[in-house]
Design a protein around this ligand. Structure first.
Ligand SMILES: Nc1ncnc2c1ncn2[C@@H]1O[C@H](COP(=O)(O)OP(=O)(O)OP(=O)(O)O)[C@@H](O)[C@H]1O
Ligand SMILES: [Mg+2]
Length: 361
């Protein structure tokens, strides 16, 4: 079977990342200049993909890639750093192995130690500390980029951000450091709230939606490289997705699958693709929606319709001003709503579409 030129599940390979040249160049410059950077944006906006690309472009540099997705404990955090260090290769790995032996750490087996018989288990905080020592000492010898993806989860583990800050703070000029995370408001808090260990410690860089020209080029190239013509469908995809990267690719994939090789996409192609994506996501949207609280549901409905969450329109949904304010903040914190130029929008265009079709008001 032909492989779709529009993958939409999971992060992209470096060579698949298009339409992000400005951001890639900006991040590369910051890393090279040793400016600690935090990349923030909503879910599925391509944060991990763009960092894959940046890391691949910095071919002389070893990337230590730490994924903190849903960490819940210090042991969890230590194991993620251990996995990241153990996954390195070449000169960095050799140097790290040497440093680790000096501090009695066996890279790659911290998990075994931390999950072994209770009486032999090392203190996870100490294990984390040793791993950070290995990281910074090795970074002093070999060109290194530290990527901490899903950094916002660290907020759940007491003392973890503090330990990381303490270990890194005197080494900001020794290595490139990028933190990335969804939940934009949580990320902002981690770097801009006074009590937080990383307060004022990083430049915040936002990843936005893909622009019209980028979507146009991604869709056209994907079609033409597989012997098809996208015709006007790229414009229709952008008009619907607003440049949301993952939804853009999902819709492009559906359009592509509805266009046989050698053919040109048409208005019917777009209609069939949209129907298919709506059908495929319907149950998921229903479940997602039922997970929101009452006030949040009403706010999502009002915003999806482009209406106000206060006043007469909100009154139609029995939404009080207090409940609207509370729900608005919760949805912004969760990354389900975004505020662009003072205007609230539902981040996921498929959810917005589902809300508009599912509810008459
Ligand atoms: N530059 C891009 N061009 C086209 N599509 C992209 C691009 N970047 C990301 N995508 C689409 O978005 C999807 C998600 O990308 P990725 O996993 O990098 O996002 P993320 O922001 O890290 O998501 P998460 O919040 O789940 O960690 C990819 O599978 C792809 O379909
Ligand atoms: Mg990601």
């Amino acid at each position: 079977m032909e492989v779709s030129p529009f993958p939409y599940q999971g992060p992209l390979e470096p060579a698949e990342v298009h339409g992000r040249d400005g951001l890639v160049a900006d991040l590369t410059k910051r890393i090279t200049a040793r400016r600690v950077t935090a990349l923030l944006g909503p879910r599925r906006y391509g944060k991990t993909s763009v960092l894959h690309r940046v890391a691949a472009d910095l071919s002389e540099v070893t990337t230590v890639w730490v994924d903190l997705y849903e960490v819940t404990s210090m042991a969890d955090v230590a194991v993620r750093f251990d996995d990241a260090l153990a996954a390195t290769t070449g000169r960095f790995a050799a140097a790290a192995g040497g440093v680790a032996a000096g501090v009695s750490v066996n890279l790659g087996v911290v998990k075994v130690d931390l999950t072994g018989p209770a009486r032999n288990r090392p203190d996870p905080a100490l294990a984390f500390h040793s791993l950070l020592e290995v990281l910074v000492a090795t970074a002093g010898r070999e060109p290194t980029l530290l990527v901490v993806d899903e950094f916002s989860s660290i907020g759940r583990v007491k003392g973890a951000a503090g330990a990381l800050r303490t270990a890194l703070q005197h080494h900001y000029t020794d290595l490139g450091i990028v933190f990335a995370g969804s939940h934009p408001s949580m990320m902002r808090t981690l770097f801009s709230a006074r009590p937080e260990p990383f307060y004022g410690q990083a430049d915040l860089v936002e990843i936005g939606p893909l622009g019209t020209a980028a979507v146009e080029s991604i869709v056209r190239t994907g079609f033409s490289s597989t012997g098809r013509d996208a015709d006007h469908v790229a414009g229709q995809i952008h008009a619907f997705s607003g440049g949301h990267p993952q939804r853009t690719m999902q819709l492009a994939d559906a359009c592509w699958r509805h266009t046989p090789p050698g053919q040109t996409a048409s208005t019917e192609t777009w209609a069939s693709a949209l129907t298919e994506v709506r059908r495929a996501s319907g149950d998921g949207m229903e479940r997602l929606y039922s997970g929101f609280e009452g006030g949040e549901r009403s706010v999502l409905r009002a915003v999806a319709r482009g209406g106000s969450i206060y006043g007469a329109e909100a009154g139609l949904l029995d939404l009080s001003a207090g409940a609207a304010t509370h729900a608005r903040q919760a949805l912004l914190n969760g990354g389900d709503l975004a505020e662009v130029a003072g205007q609230l929008t539902v981040v996921d265009p498929v959810l917005a579409d589902w809300l508009r079709r599912r509810f008459p008001i």
